[in-house]
Design a protein around this ligand. Sequence first.
Ligand SMILES: Nc1ncnc2c1ncn2[C@@H]1O[C@H](COP(=O)(O)OP(=O)(O)O)[C@@H](O)[C@H]1O
Ligand SMILES: [Mg+2]
Length: 401
Amino acid sequence: MSQFSFHRPELARSICDSLQGKGITDARSGLFLAAPRRVGKTTFLREDIIPEATSRGWVTVYVDLWENKKAAPELLLADAIKSEIARHEGVITRLARASRLDKISVMGTLSLDFSRPGLPENVTLANALEILRTLARAPVLVIVDEAQHALSSSDGINAMFALKSARDQINASSEAPDLMLVMTGSNRDKLAHLVINKAQPFYGSSVSPFPLLGRPFTDAFAAWANNGLSPDNQFQPDAVFEAFKLVGGRPQMLRDIMGSVALSGEASNLSALLRQGAQEWQDRVWGEFENEFDALSPLQQAILEVLIRKKKTGFSPFSEESMAAYKALIKGETLSPASVQTALDSLRERNLVWREARGAYALEDDGLAEWFLTTRGKTAMDDEQSPQATTPAISETSNLP
Ligand SMILES: Nc1ncnc2c1ncn2[C@@H]1O[C@H](COP(=O)(O)OP(=O)(O)O)[C@@H](O)[C@H]1O
Ligand SMILES: [Mg+2]
């Protein structure tokens, strides 16, 4: 079971409309989409958004900041623009023949040196994008997949500022946007750092949930899988949808579970086995959260709990309020900021907590909040966030942004 691919062309169309400022939602300043890992963001960008953009005559620059975690985000971005320019390079000669010399001298500042990463010193990201737009004579769509990764370093943040200023420069001169931006992230809280703080590049924009695959996907997938099974050995569409919800909307997980259930070949029992398989998967994931959480010191647990409950309103680790909340949770009389710092550092080492370059904290994996609020949520602290708030909503139909 590997070649099934579900497409959402209407969703891609409505997203592209909103990037142009035509749709119900106006995303001319950029579209920020968040959803957990493995739910199909990259697949949707590559297989639905890029083809839709191409059919509109746009040029797309796609970069995945996670593809190569060691590479610096600003260099990945510059190189993605460079290779797109290279694809349009042939146009330079045509322009030269048309004696558009002014344009050529702009382009003359950019030497395409592929033996070296990044852009020449005298060329900004905005210059490079402007050159690409001029060469291609088309609007440019820049897609940054896993954009939150740029926030871990100051060079990465600067690259985001450069993108924003490119957007402002290029769009200032035209009615329809000539530079459009889509950013995705596997962690809503991290992605939100790009937009919620005045000091951040996209302050004022907002993060929308990436529309998860829903019932149309599971129905199509069930039909596709049933095609290869005997008539008395069929998956029920309802059971497939239920299982999909249990695995958090992750197509690969669903595929794996259905594959092993189908192999076991207990004809009449497929649906029950499917439900059981999906439940076991969730139990395993939650069991891992439980083990990790229980291995922490009381102070580390208290910090995580406060972070989880405050993640909507903003968590500040050393505020009077947070310090009081830790103390209440560990039932301690005194607590120093130094020991909170030590605990935070070890939460980072354990990959439970992430620290943005400018000092804000967020969960590494949103699933931990979902597990905590569902299984441990009812404690002394006031509930400021319902479990539903963090559970990705998988709807009967895939909702438009
Ligand atoms: N529309 C789809 N149809 C079929 N399989 C999909 C679809 N979207 C995602 N998948 C599968 O799910 C897995 C994870 O998808 P991916 O796009 O990498 O997720 P993300 O970028 O959100 O982490 C991939 O292996 C892919 O094959
Ligand atoms: Mg991805």
